[in-house]
Design a protein around this ligand. Structure first.
Ligand code: SPV
Ligand code: MG
Length: 433
């Protein structure tokens, strides 16, 4: 029997897949190359369902003889190992970001006279379209919670945008850019920033906005979005209180909390030593991490320890010693912060940390060292980058400008060009009409 290779993510199996598999079965024995999470991560399409669940579904189909993993978005490795006579696929990849892989498949098959068969794929049933529809239906707390850990494991880097209300949440969810190669790039998750949530409420960033108020903001954001969220838990508060915060966040479907190793009255890190801020002892902070880890109910919730040694000028050795101690205490990741424009100390930290620990997720917040690109962070060994305050900082000057213009001109005519058209704001949110 001729060998037929079909490559699938198979997250949401739909009529298009069945059409491809039926066609493939006409040509011989069908082997499905099922994408691993990492393969999906290469093209910004990390599956929602885990590999074994997707495999189980495909294996029950009569058209499928065998399911094997495809470890990369490129088919190369599996094709060279199997040397199939045919590859069958939906024809949508002629126009989407996977066209480079299409040409590679054609070239590889040509080496042994194999053939690519393309099945016409109507756009209403493409996987992306089905996912869009699914997003409109929303997401459960459990599915949202588990998503961040999965994204960190599967993607070269996870890009996170600050949100402070539902509208900024919608921007994080929907903003996209298409690269020259046709790849769609989007944000992967949202950051509930203590700075911007407090500022939106007209309060200073000193833990004065309590957990109840913070979680109200999260609820509003979750009503309108499906992206996972990481929560800026400041110092985590009293250790005895932190365990309740962890349970509250898990119940809502937040994926993790970042706690910083400061104690007493917390001030924003970007003040550095211009204000009085005190770092916690390693022992006491490790205890807080342990209590938080013991409090969590799910396996997936992440507690990330934020090291403030560089902010407080306690030195590189202190930063590294603390990071390793916090991991030992159970932290699922390290956020290293700096307030310098020059990224040198961040680069030094990451390089030194990675000589001892290759795996623990590293998170950076490049508000000050904003010249470094996500590609450069990937090279360095950073796993998560948080753009921590930009949505609020962008909105405020626009609002101030318009408010002043109305005062100055005694009418809004002059401000109109700085505002989005009424028609657009009416239509911005689906279901307004
Ligand atoms: C926040 O966004 O509130 C943060 C990051 O904690 S920073 O403002 O840089 O301290
Ligand atoms: Mg903060």
């Amino acid at each position: 029997m001729p060998k037929v290779y079909v490559s699938l993510i198979g997250d949401l199996l739909h009529a298009g897949h069945i059409r491809v598999l039926k066609e493939a079965a006409k040509y011989g024995t069908v082997i499905v190359g099922l994408w691993t999470d990492k393969a999906g991560g290469e093209v910004n399409d990390v599956p929602y369902l885990d590999y074994d669940t997707r495999k189980e579904v495909l294996e029950t189909l009569s058209m499928v003889s065998e399911v094997i993993p495809q470890e990369s978005a490129s088919y190369k490795e599996n094709l060279e190992a199997l040397k199939p006579d045919f590859v069958v696929r939906g024809d949508d990849w002629k126009i989407n970001s996977q066209r480079k892989y299409r040409q590679e498949v054609i070239d590889i098959l040509a080496r042994w006279g194999g053939k690519l068969i393309e099945v016409s794929y109507s756009s209403e049933i493409s996987e992306a379209n089905v996912k869009d529809k699914k997003n409109k239906l929303g997401i459960t707390a459990t599915a949202r919670l588990g998503r961040l850990r999965k994204l960190i494991e599967a993607k070269p880097i996870v890009k996170i945008l600050e949100v402070h209300n539902a509208l900024s949440g919608l921007i994080a969810e929907n903003a996209e850019e298409i690269t020259e190669g046709g790849e769609v790039v989007k944000f992967d998750a949202m950051w509930s920033s203590s700075l911007t949530d407090s500022t939106s409420k007209g309060k200073p960033d000193i833990e004065a906005v309590d957990t109840t108020a913070r979680t109200n903001t999260i609820n509003e954001i979750f009503e309108a979005t499906t992206l996972p969220m990481i929560y800026d838990a400041d110092t985590g508060g009293k250790t005895e209180h932190f365990e309740f915060t962890v349970k509250t966040l898990e119940r809502l479907g937040v994926s993790g909390a970042i706690i910083e190793d400061k104690t007493g009255l917390k001030k924003n890190s970007l003040f550095g030593n211009e204000v009085i801020q005190k770092q916690d002892s390693i022992e006491s902070f490790c205890e807080k991490i342990k209590v938080g880890k013991a409090a969590q109910i799910t396996q997936d919730f992440m507690i990330v320890a934020r090291v403030e040694s560089l902010i407080l000028e306690a030195g590189m050795d202190d930063a590294l010693a603390r990071a390793h101690a916090y991991i030992e205490a159970g932290a699922d990741g390290i956020m290293i912060h700096s307030r310098h424009k020059d990224p040198a100390e961040i680069i030094e930290f990451v390089q030194k940390f990675r000589t001892q620990d290759m795996h623990t997720p590293l998170i950076v917040v490049p508000t000050s060292f904003n010249s470094v690109t996500t590609d450069e962070f990937v090279e360095l060994g950073v796993n998560v980058v948080i753009y921590a305050n930009h949505m609020l900082r962008a909105a405020y000057p626009g609002m101030m400008k318009v408010a002043k213009s109305i005062l100055k001109n005694k009418r809004s005519l002059e401000a109109e060009s700085d505002c989005m058209p009424i028609k657009d704001i009416l239509n911005l949110i689906p279901g307004t009409r």
